[in-house]
Design a protein around this ligand. Sequence first.
Ligand code: GDP
Ligand code: ZN
Length: 460
Amino acid sequence: MPTLTEFDTIAAISTPIGEGGISIVRLSGEDAVKIANKLFKGKDLSKVDSHTINYGHIVNPETKQVIDEVMVSVLLAPKTFTKEDMVEINCHGGIVVTNKILQLLLKNGARMAEAGEFTKRAFVNGRIDLTQAESVMDIVRAKTDKARQVAMNQLEGGLLVKIRAMRQEILDTLANVEVNIDYPEYDADQVTAKQMQETSKSVIAKINRLLKTASEGKIMRNGLATAIVGRPNVGKSSLLNYLTQDDKAIVTDVAGTTRDTLEEYVSIKGVPLKLIDTAGIHHTEDKVEKIGVERSKKAIEQADLVLLLLNASEELTPEDEKLIEYTKNKKRIVVLNKSDLGLKLKKADLAAKTDAEIVVTSILKEENLDDLEEAIRKLFFSGIHNSNDEVLVTNQRQAGLLEKAKTQLTDVIEAVDNDVPVDIAQIDFTGAWDTLGEITGDSAPDELITQLFSQFCLGK
Ligand code: GDP
Ligand code: ZN
């Protein structure tokens, strides 16, 4: 990776390869317009207004061969994503044509962008902070509308505002401490120590509130891991098929995994579910029954939520009892299915065995499935917030740094309780200020930044 101060003109394909009809090749840097102009046949791009879209053709300057019909956006600094001059070439040829255009740009003075380099420039040029940069990545990867919404919020700086306010609180107190250390004759050690302690307590309370959102943030990012379990023939596949109907299913081939572990995501009333072991559900029919139970045991272990299917038209079997037992420590919803065949098993029979929400359905006749969806929504949103302007801690890096700042502030509180000299207690206090700054990138070291941005997708 180049150093942060190297600002040559970079280029990359910024749309997922092979998806959608239009691809965008992006340029950013001083020579963006000059380089694009060498390939563009149409208006003189150096003469057009900023933020205009220009129709024309990309032509190989050596062979004069026409490569593609394109629309070219010219976006001049500073009102651009990177705060640099940018050019976006919208082409509609497939992957071969798009690559060809990129190659021509590289031949004519651009450098291939590193992964995440556009976003990194936006950060380095002060356009966005680290939490916002991370949300750019989240938006790209978002699996549900809700997740996208949370990421958009972050992009608008929700977390940034909260973190900066906490840092300001610490800074204000530090200013007082400095004054008091400089004037020891003004015997105010105790006052300043108390101030540090109080600020520490106040900031810890705020950190705790943010940390509480972290598990919710994780679910937003990854989906609520959901296992559908029940004995053979109870309706698992039918439920899976219902849940993954086209309009709901987002089937994702998660990067770095093979086709075998294809994960299925569905959005149920705004709740992102990641369905566990759907391959198992699809294929267990022809397997020995025992394998089915063992397999569901594994799925249950990984699950945040269990949908336990029972046959409403039959008595409970020992296998059902086992599954009720296995899932007792999980968030679960009991589905009494096949209600259309009569109700041998009733809600009341189960009430003694579980306090889980029970819904009675006929998946075959698509009856009461809305009750099931509603139960999922209620279970998910009870105990967690559901406000659109919610600030969420959405990644491990942010949560880890919040934990660290909390520890440092806890140490300050203890130090003051133990009459440790103010200037010693101040070390952790200042440390917490630094740690919080790392979250937003206000005090992040260069290597960290480089490492972070290299995780971005290419072209972002
Ligand atoms: P699995 O073995 O648990 O995956 O069960 P399936 O989903 O494969 O369903 C087994 C059989 O039960 C299929 O013939 C389904 O059509 C049928 N079935 C599923 N749900 C219902 C229901 O609510 N009522 C009735 N009558 N049949 C159902
Ligand atoms: Zn099945």
